[in-house]
Design a protein around this ligand. Sequence first.
Ligand SMILES: Cc1cc2nc3c(=O)[nH]c(=O)nc-3n(C[C@H](O)[C@H](O)[C@H](O)COP(=O)(O)O)c2cc1C
Length: 202
Amino acid sequence: MSKYLFIESSVRGEASASGQLAARLKAQVQAAGHVVATRDVGADPLPPLDGALLGALFSAADGRSAEQQAQADRVTALIDELQAADTVVIATGMYNFGVPAQLKTWFDYVLQAGRTFRYTADGPVGLVTGKHAIILAATGGIYSSGPAAAADFMVPHVKQMLAFIGITDVTVVRAEGLALGEASAQAGMAQALSVVETLQAA
Ligand SMILES: Cc1cc2nc3c(=O)[nH]c(=O)nc-3n(C[C@H](O)[C@H](O)[C@H](O)COP(=O)(O)O)c2cc1C
């Protein structure tokens, strides 16, 4: 039995393509007897990183206000949730060439020096090790090849943020061409769902 954490980030509710991929994978791993946790930051967004949150994180624990402590506790809970998972599934659509702001905010919360990475004389070292990640990426255009590939700031960004905290074993599933007409959308989803079905539950 393995623990999966699904981070979902679409703001499109039931219409979400990345959400549909996540739902399929979730059903699959649950059927295989694995434990699934979901954090849907699209439906239930975290407050964006701001000065108050940074102030709370950089204050000594005994000097925090009640509000600052609540903010710090939320970060701790998110990091604990991440650390508890064996496999982290990031479900994301491309919004203006990158990840939804809500997903970036989740990374802003969990990328914490001393907790999920640390700086050393030889550079940063990730502390979230021994995990596999699956990126379920939905895009209106086609970025896996062709002229638009250089404009994919979503998948490389997610991979970089994961690698920074130590998660380098990453599988990417793309549903592409979803805005290129009905036939393209159907083919893009069918292709991605067929890849999801091949993912072995670890
Ligand atoms: C605000 C917004 C911005 C988008 N920007 C892009 C884009 O830059 N490139 C692209 O290929 N598709 C873009 N799309 C299309 C989405 O990537 C596509 O609808 C995808 O299914 C979104 O994922 P979701 O359905 O899980 O929310 C955009 C869609 C929205 C709503």
